[in-house]
Design a protein. Structure first.
Length: 273
């Protein structure tokens, strides 16, 4: 008897609870939209899972991920009014950019661990606090047992949003995360010179390459290419492109110099106002 025949013979109440590995699972837990329609279409339940560990693997500890994570973090904070806890981020958070994205500076808690175990302890305590809306933890040294503890702590609250960011090398080992992604930049494309008609378009459309390594569903056919900048920032940069360059809409734009700022976890050019 085929698998389809077996499933069709089950009582309707039981058959609805059976998940086929070649199908994207439904929402076993609550979710929050990622802010990226293409990504939501590939996530079980249509968004980031709540009450579970979400693991992101990065090529470098300070790789830009805020455009990927911030929309959901803002949504959770606005829905609950709780705090957003950043544990051991690579740089000091740039609060004006958070505020411009809709996240009040007063809601952000920055935690730095002085010992290797301190970030893990702080993350677990934050997850147990009912006044915390989201936890983002940079834990490059976390072990499998550490991740299981965080996953269990997140599961105690159905509305908790937990992101754990780790190096790509950690992908060689298994993970208890409900959702595991690899985030990077696309493979190098041909770089056009300043006079090429596609040069401005290429400069104004940086992307994040997101590959879903673990989900309740079939393997992803190909990594997703998501914008590395929010819409309002892309519009601002389009207006700041070199004079005479053709933007995405084909119009002419004029030059506007920008000043370099000190590196932050979230700088002025990483998030839209």
């Amino acid at each position: 008897m085929s698998a389809s025949s077996c499933l069709s013979s089950l009582p309707s109440a039981l058959g609805a609870s059976v998940w086929r590995a070649d199908e994207l699972a439904g929402a076993a837990v609550g979710t929050v939209a990622s802010g990226h329609a293409a990504l939501d279409a590939e996530l079980p339940g249509g968004g980031w899972p709540l009450g579970a560990l979400i693991e992101l693997l990065q090529p470098a500890r300070d790789a830009p991920v805020w455009s990927l994570l911030l929309p959901a973090v803002v949504a959770r904070q606005q829905a609950s009014g709780g705090a957003v806890v950043l544990v051991n981020p690579p740089h000091e958070p740039f609060l004006p950019a958070f505020a411009a994205a809709g996240l009040p500076a007063s809601s952000v808690l920055w935690v730095r661990g002085e010992t290797p175990v301190a970030p893990l302890w702080a993350s677990e305590q934050a997850l147990r606090c009912a006044d915390v809306a989201a936890v983002l933890a940079w834990l490059p040294r976390a072990r499998a047992g550490d991740l299981r503890r965080l996953h269990a702590a997140a599961a105690l609250r159905a509305d908790s949003l937990l992101f754990v960011l780790r190096p790509q090398a950690a992908g060689a080992a298994g993970s208890c995360a409900r959702l595991r992604l690899r985030v990077g930049v696309p493979a190098a494309a041909p770089v056009h010179g300043a006079g090429h008609p596609d040069a401005a378009r290429q400069a104004l459309a940086p992307a994040l390459c997101v590959d879903i390594l673990k989900r309740r569903g079939p393997p992803l056919d190909a990594p997703l290419q998501l914008p590395a900048q929010a819409p309002r920032l892309r519009a601002l940069l389009a207006a700041s492109a070199p004079a005479g360059a053709a933007g995405p809409g084909g119009g002419k734009v004029r030059s506007l110099d920008t000043k370099k700022e000190e590196s932050h976890a979230l700088d002025r050019l990483a998030v839209a106002a």
